[in-house]
Design a protein around this ligand. Structure first.
Ligand SMILES: Cc1ncc(C[n+]2csc(CCOP(=O)(O)OP(=O)(O)O)c2C)c(N)n1
Ligand SMILES: [Mg+2]
Length: 349
């Protein structure tokens, strides 16, 4: 298990060259030494948290059909997304809003999807961020097929010149129970495709706890399929970034796929249609709140003098401006024209 930041307790910060980092170094992972990247990560996490709150509020006001909260999973999402190179391909599920932000998806395109005004309005080819899927685990096969295609292109000398590309696929702990995931893992390992399986174990699949879905922690399955499985503290931005970067490097250099399990927690409900108070054990939410990934990164940044008041104020201003924009734009989104749904089936419509 890889773990770098020990939580929010004052005086408990390891810094980036403390004992915890030595342990990580022995395992072959190097934490980011790039202060600008850590500041960027903090900003992306704050923006994602605010957008998430706005998504819930807009759904409650009747402006969105559904919202899938991502709060609590910002370190897992931003840490992994910032390890990607621009040419890498991402296959998300339906909760990767923070990854979408990092990849440059216009937040309004996320909201138009959840409003039902669009089918998923961003350009997956341009952004290298493929469309959301609600059908659990399908994206694991799409990603494996895509990675196999990249591998064959390279083998046949058809790959574009430039950086070699890798693929990263996101899925949840519940999706590990789907047959598609097992097929994808078996196929990916057999062919050694350039792919990273990134499982956000947020402890719940709607109301089913992970312990009732899997007799072993998800990452332990990887060995049986023939690839390394790594467990990482998913609320630790530096650890997630280091592990994902190493796995992507391995994929890019022909080393084959890696399975990462990021141990995290879904602070909100499964979706805006869910009431987690019906099934969560008492105290669980509070325990995880004490490991809030944004507070932990901020504690690290502050302890190392990497942020000042002006930076924090600027981050707040940017978040406020973003949600003000979203709040005005979402209710004004036009309904799609009738016939749009069949446009690509019946081109004359
Ligand atoms: C094939 C399929 N089966 C069932 C569902 C219903 N469903 C939607 S989300 C979900 C739970 C998924 O949990 P997990 O994979 O842990 O992801 P999380 O929502 O926690 O991010 C279920 C059962 C679905 N969307 N697709
Ligand atoms: Mg889950």
């Amino acid at each position: 298990m890889v773990r770098m930041l020990p939580g929010v307790a004052a005086g408990d910060e390891p810094g980036r060259d403390g004992a915890a980092d030595d342990e990580v170094g022995r395992l072959g992972y190097r934490p980011a030494a790039d202060d600008a990247l850590l500041r960027r990560a903090y900003q992306a996490m704050v923006l994602a948290r605010r957008l998430d709150a706005e998504g819930m509020a807009l759904q409650r006001q009747g402006e969105l059909g559904l919202w899938t909260p991502s709060s609590g999973q910002e370190a897992a999402q931003v840490g992994s997304a910032l390890a990607l190179w621009p040419g890498d391909h991402v296959f998300p599920s339906y909760r990767e809003h923070a990854v979408a932000l990092v990849r440059g998806v216009d937040p309004l395109d996320l909201f138009s999807l959840f409003r039902g005004a669009d089918f998923g309005g961003w350009d997956p080819a341009a952004l290298r961020f493929h469309l959301y899927t609600l059908v659990l685990a399908t994206q694991t096969l799409h990603a494996t097929g895509y990675a196999r295609g990249l591998q064959l292109e390279r083998k046949l000398g058809l790959a574009p010149t430039g950086d070699p590309e890798a693929v990263l696929v996101y899925f949840g702990d519940g999706a590990v129970s789907e047959g598609d995931t097992s097929e994808a893992l078996a196929w990916a390992a057999l062919d050694g495709v350039p792919l990273v399986f990134f499982c956000q174990n947020n402890q719940w699949a709607i109301s089913t706890p992970v312990a009732r879905q899997s007799a072993t922690p998800p990452h332990q399955r990887a060995a049986g399929f023939g690839m390394p499985g790594v467990l990482v503290d998913g609320n630790d931005l530096l650890a997630v970034h280091a592990v994902t970067r190493a796995a992507l490097d391995r994929a890019r250099s022909g080393g084959g796929p890696t399975f990462i399990e990021a141990h995290t927690y879904r602070i909100g409900g499964h979706s805006s249609a869910d009431d987690p108070t019906r099934y969560r054990p008492p105290g669980e939410l509070e325990t995880w709140r004490a490991h809030d990934p944004i507070a932990r990164l901020l504690a690290h940044l502050t302890a190392n003098g990497l942020v000042d008041r002006a930076f924090l104020d600027e981050t707040e201003r940017a978040a406020e401006a973003l949600v003000t924009h979203v709040r005005a734009a979402v209710p004004a989104m036009p309904d799609p024209p009738a016939g749009r749904i069949t446009r690509h089936v019946h081109p004359t419509d």
